[in-house]
Design a protein around this ligand. Structure first.
Ligand code: GAP
Length: 400
């Protein structure tokens, strides 16, 4: 873990929040490479959980909501952890909305889910979806954790990716199973090694849940929760119907019946996903007799897809050709880096350490020193260190 935290800081993935002031417990900042990694994780999640499907809609709700939401949801009464003295401490972050006497107390959302429940009727009225259907949201959540710890594992500000999937009560098990599978597929796609399922016992489940599976990961500090999949029943929609006086119901045309849908909820923390990805990817090995550290990230989520090097910095014709190739690849993929600093071996090591799958080198053969190699470059593979010559016009396909 120490090695990973130090790599994450040194190479611009994750910094301590407010570091120059001694930090702020439970907050972490994503640096340039962390941002790229996080964006690709969210993008892939949206692809699998929303965009490749016909029955899931997007949403981006407010972080600050009417405090009545949190009374109805049960969070004001029950979202608490025990302190050392045994007293219960509500972990919702309080904030004040408005000025002077008008000011009211509200909360920063502790889960994105409630933004979805309060918009259930809006989405039904605009789109008339048939059951089952889902609403997906990615966004920040806040919990005043009593003891934030373990790097980005337990934070006070973090990000969630959640779907509330609305089903007929009789069909909840089928949808639960379907999302369970999707979560395993997602783990595989982002390169998370092994995930374990834990069927959460009655006494440990959240107040709204009839069945929960915790997806757990073997972190360096032990096997702990990565994501959750919960059957929330019709608890939330019923609570909000009763509190708001608005019927959050669904009219089933087939049976001519009004019903309150039940809910299956895959809930994934972005930061814990990143931590599991980095842990799975972190590898130490020996290459060409030398020890090295590299991140074995899948190429679709690696922050830099490829780095382009001129063999020598002080040969303008090499630099010019390398920059031309760099620009071509950058306009195709976006996340391409140019590096002419230090010897080639060092440049490879630097890219290995941040998980760049390919390094492209322009040498004298590229320019025609060996006639039959003119117009080709070397492409080096991160995992094997193998280098192959590839024609410049085939590069885009080779790196795809
Ligand atoms: N809407 C359901 C819900 O919020 P949860 O199990 O409390 O359920 C879901 O949280 C996910 O959010 C967790 O599985 C985890 O990935 C992430 N998460 C929760 N608390 C966190 C924290 N303090 N720091 C980082 N991630 C957290």
């Amino acid at each position: 873990m120490e090695k990973l935290i130090s790599l994450a800081k040194r190479r611009g993935f994750i910094y301590q929040g407010s570091e120059i002031y001694g930090g702020l417990a439970g907050t972490w900042d994503y640096g340039p490479l962390g941002v790229l990694l996080k964006e690709s994780v969210k993008k892939l999640w949206l692809k699998l959980f929303r965009d490749e499907r016909e029955d899931v809609y997007g949403l981006d709700a407010s972080i600050i909501m009417n405090p009545k939401v949190w009374e109805a949801s049960g969070h004001v009464a029950g979202f608490a952890d025990p302190m050392e003295n045994g007293e219960q401490f509500n972990v919702m972050f309080k904030t004040s909305v408005g000025a002077g006497e008008e000011a009211t107390t509200s909360y920063l959302r502790p889960e994105t889910a409630q933004g979805i429940f309060v918009n259930f009727k809006n989405v039904v009225d605009s789109f008339h979806p048939k059951l089952p259907f889902g609403i997906a949201q990615v966004g920040k959540a806040f919990r005043n954790e009593i003891s934030p710890r373990d790097f980005i594992f337990r934070q006070r500000e973090f990000e969630q990716m959640e779907v509330e999937y609305f089903v007929k009560e009789s069909e909840w098990e089928k949808s639960f199973e379907m999302w369970r599978q999707t979560m395993h597929d997602f783990a595989k796609r982002v390169g998370i090694g092994e995930v374990h399922e834990l069927d959460v016992e009655d006494k440990d489940r959240a107040h709204y849940s009839k069945k929960t599976i915790d997806f757990e990961f073997e972190y360096p500090f032990g096997r702990k929760e990565l994501w959750g999949l919960a059957y929330r029943t019709d608890y939330d929609l019923r609570q909000h119907s009763a509190s708001s006086g608005q019927a959050l119901e669904y009219f089933d045309e087939e049976s001519g019946e009004r019903l309150t849908p039940h809910v299956i909820e895959p809930s994934l923390g972005v930061d814990r996903t990143i931590l599991a990805i980095l842990n799975s990817a972190y590898t130490e090995d020996k290459l060409g007799g030398e020890e090295r550290v590299y991140l074995k990230l899948p190429k679709d989520i690696a922050p830099i897809r490829a780095a382009v090097f001129p063999l020598l910095k002080n040969k303008p014709e090499l630099v010019e050709k390398a920059r031309e190739i760099y620009k071509m690849l950058k306009s195709e993929f976006g996340n391409i880096e140019f590096d002419d600093n230090g010897n080639i071996g060092k440049r490879y090591r630097r890219q290995d350490e941040v998980g760049t799958p390919y390094c492209v080198t322009v040498d004298f053969d590229t320019l025609g020193e060996t006639k039959e190699l003119e117009g080709t470059v070397t492409v080096r593979d991160r995992d094997t260190g193998e280098q192959k010559r590839v024609k410049i016009e085939d590069l885009k396909e080779r790196l795809s």
